[in-house]
Design a protein around this ligand. Structure first.
Ligand SMILES: Cc1cc2nc3c(=O)[nH]c(=O)nc-3n(C[C@H](O)[C@H](O)[C@H](O)COP(=O)(O)OP(=O)(O)OC[C@H]3O[C@@H](n4cnc5c(N)ncnc54)[C@H](O)[C@@H]3O)c2cc1C
Length: 501
């Protein structure tokens, strides 16, 4: 009997784990090498004094993509793990003290929207309809398929597609066709930041994000987002996948037009028939591969924004906060331009707070709270004068002062401990290029589809990529899609038998 082909995956992020599962199911001998002590990457978690924090992802976006991609791994998502319902998708807080409960409850939305701008509920329906149409079309023609050749992407049909997806129009311009009130414009565009982009620069097709949220709704995995990782790892191990943690790769070994194996930082080496890099793609090109020219080209690409994150263990519960809270600034444009153009943080910045105990009481000791505060900031840029100590203290003071206005006057006295992530932490901990943790590569139209760095290396035909910086993009749902597409490509190119369904 022939030996199964060996696959070595660098990185146990969501992309690496999902790829490992699909390949193991198809008879490959898969080993995943991870630099950190545990799998998960940007969906890792930490627990301190009974407080549990998801280090990165906290919103279960686009459940239908999870269902479809899990189904391709023979997993029925809703039976695989326990989910808790999330009724208020977010609470949005504006500078004038007003609050918008962003919810699937249509009656509640209608009352709130009509109070802000008469006629806006009908316009919201039209906006969501259009956005959801973008999602469906985008999934079938742009995000959910592999592009093997330039002409798969650049052809007459796709010119029509890009027009239908309003790729030529900025998201912020698009939203003004539906809402005049600035609070509504903000409420239906800020989701762009999930993929590290400004709505003033992103194409209109990203209206698919609020549309998917309001039409598909949301839920939360009991035990936190990292539960998705632990369940997938258990499943992968049952299929024979081996995970080797604390094993940073130092170099991908190559021989002419093939990748032959991995040299690790501890000096050991392994050989493999196929390599998959789940570590962030620009980092893999610049640090693990020998060819400097493609690395330099990729390094010049537009990068997403980064984030400062505070995880606070709080010894009391503050009523009033929802599970997902978004604080928006009336100086929205300035706030976004400071992040994306100046690569810094403005004084009146926007931020997000995750408080999972509202849905999942296991996230903190009884009567206490675990808050994660995410503040989008510019990515690391050596051409800018970035004083991270100053930016950090401004960010902390700004959040505390904003929360005081909301009635959390004594918050500082109740922070038992603080864990803080800066752009440099994302870079050193997970090797995310420029610490641009919502990417790392940006998602403008010239960096999507065939134009995004490909999921197979041009020179080394057995070296593949999966994760946020290859096709189709970042955010867990797209990374799951990336794993699906990369696995399909490997099955198409590296085996002659048809894949197991
Ligand atoms: C603050 C924050 C909030 C977010 N919020 C959301 C959200 O609410 N919803 C959502 O869907 N998404 C969210 N995201 C995005 C989401 O977390 C990412 O899209 C996703 O986790 C990326 O997965 P990945 O597999 O591409 O990469 P990663 O998770 O980065 O995995 C890559 C892995 O490779 C490992 N690695 C790197 N170099 C090496 C090496 N040399 N050797 C071995 N291993 C290596 C890394 O340690 C890491 O484990 C958020 C991200 C952040 C940071």
């Amino acid at each position: 009997m022939p030996q199964p082909k060996s696959v070595a995956i660098i990185g146990a992020g969501i992309g690496g784990i999902a790829t490992a599962i699909k390949l193991a199911k198809n008879g490959f001998d898969v080993t995943v090498y991870e630099k950190n002590p545990a799998p998960g990457g940007r969906v890792s978690q930490t627990i301190r004094e009974g407080h549990r924090f998801d280090l990165g992802a906290s919103i279960f976006l686009m459940p239908e993509i999870y269902r479809d991609t899990f189904a391709s791994l023979d997993i029925k998502l809703d039976e695989f793990m326990e989910f808790l319902p999330v009724t208020t998708l977010y609470q949005l807080y504006f500078d004038d003290g007003s609050v918008l409960d962003f919810t699937k409850d249509e009656k509640k939305m209608e009352a709130q929207l009509e109070a802000i701008e008469p006629g806006s509920y009908r316009m919201m329906k039209a906006y969501l309809d259009k956005g959801y149409g973008f999602l469906q079309l985008g999934l079938s023609k742009l995000l959910g398929r592999n592009f093997y050749h330039l002409f798969d992407f650049v052809n007459l049909a796709n010119v029509g597609l890009l027009i239908k997806l309003k790729a030529y129009l900025r998201h912020q311009t698009f939203v003004t066709r539906y809402f005049r009130h600035p609070h509504l414009q903000m409420a239906f565009t800020f989701q762009n930041i999930y993929v590290g982009q400004s709505p003033y620069e992103a194409p209109a097709l990203f209206s698919m994000l609020p549309a998917a949220e309001l039409l598909e709704g949301s839920m939360f995995p009991k035990g936190g987002m990292n539960r998705i990782v632990s369940k997938l790892v258990e499943y992968a191990e049952r299929l024979g996948v081996k995970f080797v943690c604390n094993k940073p790769a130092a170099r991908i070994l190559t021989d002419n037009r093939r990748a032959t194996g991995i040299l690790f930082e501890d000096g050991s080496r392994i050989a493999a028939d196929i390599l998959v890099a789940n570590a962030d793609l620009p980092y893999v090109y610049s640090d693990l591969l020998p060819d400097k020219r493609p690395a330099a080209r990729i390094n010049k690409l537009n990068h997403a924004c980064s984030a400062i994150v505070f995880h606070w263990g709080i010894d009391k519960l503050y009523p009033g906060l929802a599970q997902h809270n978004v604080f928006l600034s009336d100086r929205y444009r300035q706030c976004l331009d400071t992040i994306f153009k100046d690569k810094s943080l403005s004084e009146d910045f926007c931020f997000y707070i995750h408080s999972p105990v509202r849905t999942d009481s296991t996230a903190a000791p009884e009567g206490q709270d675990s808050l994660s505060v995410v503040i989008p900031v510019g990515h690391l840029d050596t051409s800018k004068d970035q004083n991270w100590i100053r930016i950090l203290s401004m960010a902390r003071a700004g959040v505390i002062s904003r929360l005081k206005k909301l009635g959390l006057e004594d918050l500082e006295d109740h922070i038992k401990f603080e864990i803080c992530y800066l752009p440099g932490t994302w870079e050193s901990m997970f090797h995310v290029s420029r610490g641009a943790t919502f990417g790392s590569l940006g998602h403008n139209i010239m960096q999507m589809g065939y134009f995004r760095p490909h999921n197979r290396h041009n020179r080394y035909g057995n070296l593949y990529f999966t994760g946020g910086s290859t096709h189709p993009g970042n955010g867990i749902p797209l990374v799951l899609l990336s794993a699906k597409l990369t696995s399909e490509r490997i099955l198409k190119e590296q085996v002659s038998v048809s894949p197991v369904e």
